[in-house]
Design a binder for this molecule. Structure first.
Ligand SMILES: [Zn+2]
Length: 352
């Protein structure tokens, strides 16, 4: 239908773009709608996009990359210089051009042959994602939290307040809006960097990682309730909610999953069965075991250890149970990634 649309008065702008880009955009739409109707996919129905927000387009072919001179050729645009962030290897498949906060980016998808990787490590570790600390590992390691948003929150609020005092769409309003966007982008970059550094490091060190199968979106759901039935602890929850959103656990898990798979390891999701209240030594589970955020003290056997460390040990044990026979009192565990058999053997885990 593109040919007809290109001649319709309201859509003549379509003529400015190469046909392949338009076709590619329709393919994206097709995929988005298919995902929306896929019950296993968490994605909702695609939304209409406004010109100027998350602008991007993809060339499936017709582009050229001159790496030595750091330039790309884009059909209907011509040769453009770029700042090279890394070298390209393999066959170039497509190129995506996007704009974010006034800057243009290109990303190039390539294809190379990869053998079945075998993870260099043989260790298995449980990981507890928490609010006080970003993560605690069952080998004792920990990742401290990064509150990129909290730190910048005041600055952001200040700028947004200033914006409300300006005339909308005036020059000063636009300048402030650009500042707000740049700050948002800075926060996003800091978080992105943090998550990638840590997910890379721990996926290199451990072949199998067990995590609790928490729905992060549930944890951060609004505590405010409805007007007729206001939620309890609205104030108390207002803080943690923001922290949870700021941590990026969902993204962290996603990164761990694919980075482990790259290296021949695997991510195991285990059901969250009272891992914070259960004693990792004797198995006694009771809310009284956890007196404070920091400390775990078993009411039965007297084990006294850091509460997050205790939880990480429980998650590790649940992970072993999943691998051994799936017998952990719940049917809803899931194995997220088929492991390479070699790495299971390397980890001393018998094949089933
Ligand atoms: Zn105990």
């Amino acid at each position: 239908m593109f040919l007809a649309w290109k001649h319709e008065e309201q859509t003549t702008f379509l003529r400015e773009a190469p046909s392949q880009i338009l076709q590619q955009s329709l393919k994206f739409l097709d995929k988005a709608i298919a995902d929306a109707f896929d019950k296993k996919s968490p994605k909702g129905f695609p939304r209409f996009k406004k010109k100027g927000t998350s602008d991007s387009f993809r060339y499936p072919q017709g582009f050229k990359v001159d790496q030595n001179n750091s330039r790309v050729f884009l059909p209907k645009i011509g040769w453009i210089r770029y700042r090279k962030s890394r070298s390209l290897t393999g066959e170039l498949k497509n190129i995506t051009v996007s704009r974010s906060s006034g800057k243009w980016y290109i990303s190039i998808q390539t294809e190379t042959e990869a053998g079945s990787p075998v993870h260099p490590s043989a260790s298995m570790v449980g990981i507890d994602l928490g609010v006080a600390k970003f993560a605690k590992l069952s080998d004792g390691g920990e990742i401290l939290r990064l509150n990129s948003f909290r730190k910048q929150e005041k600055k952001l609020a200040h700028l947004q307040r200033k914006m409300t005092k300006k005339v909308k769409f005036s020059q000063n309003w636009k300048k402030l809006k650009a500042k707000v966007q740049r700050l948002h982008q800075k926060i996003a970059h800091v978080r992105h960097d943090f998550l990638h550094k840590h997910s890379t490091a721990i996926s290199k060190n451990h072949a199998i990682m067990a995590v609790e199968d928490l729905e992060v979106s549930h944890m951060s759901k609004s505590a405010s309730g409805t007007r007729d039935n206001p939620g309890r602890n609205v104030r108390a929850k207002a803080g943690p909610n923001k922290s949870i959103l700021d941590q990026g656990w969902g993204e962290f898990r996603r990164q761990l999953e694919y980075k482990l798979a790259w290296r021949g390891g695997m991510l195991l999701a285990v059901p969250p069965a009272y891992s914070s209240q259960k004693c990792s030594r004797c198995g006694h589970a009771h809310p009284d075991n956890r007196k404070t955020q920091e400390l775990f003290r078993c009411q039965q056997c007297g084990l006294t250890i850091n509460a997050d460390y205790n939880a990480a040990l429980n998650i590790l044990a649940a992970g072993h149970a999943v691998l051994a026979c799936g017998e952990i009192g719940s049917q809803n565990y899931s194995v997220k990634q088929e492991p390479a058999e070699a790495s299971l053997e390397a980890a001393g885990i018998p094949r089933l």
